[in-house]
Design a protein around this ligand. Sequence first.
Ligand SMILES: [Zn+2]
Length: 175
Amino acid sequence: LRFEEATSFRGIALSLCEKEVKIFGKNFYLQPLDQLALLQKKLEESFGKKGLELLYESTKQGFFETSKGLEGLSEVKSEFLTELHNLVKHLGFGNVKIVEVNDKECKALVKVEENPFPEEYVDAFGIKKEPVDHLLAGIIAGYFCKYFERNVDCREVSCKVEGKQYCEFVVSPSS
Ligand SMILES: [Zn+2]
């Protein structure tokens, strides 16, 4: 298998070959979503909310670092947001829509349609009354920390796992 896709960025955004998967020049380790759902379920069972926070915090930190590298690729801030959109799509999290960005208050509203993770989660463990996209919330938080140049957090306020039509995330300054 040899596949390379160029998107709106300068250079290759995604490349898959026999030995490795690279996105924006970084190596990625792809794993099936049901395994990710299982890992998350086990973290929650063993450590409760703390386990889910660890997942969120480590992803936030990682994607804050990643977005520092991506910032150099875009000349204007709106391009940087397009990169977020494309990266999330490439990572398989679905179709990200940045509904609102308030630069002054460092707040944002993000909607994600066709997100397969909550669907996979429901298939494995049934409907859940709380959002499950801690990884995606961490990615969005890490990105907006760089975008706003201050520490913000991302909270998922509505999730497909609850039977909603799409997942919705709110970004606001960290308390
Ligand atoms: Zn969700």
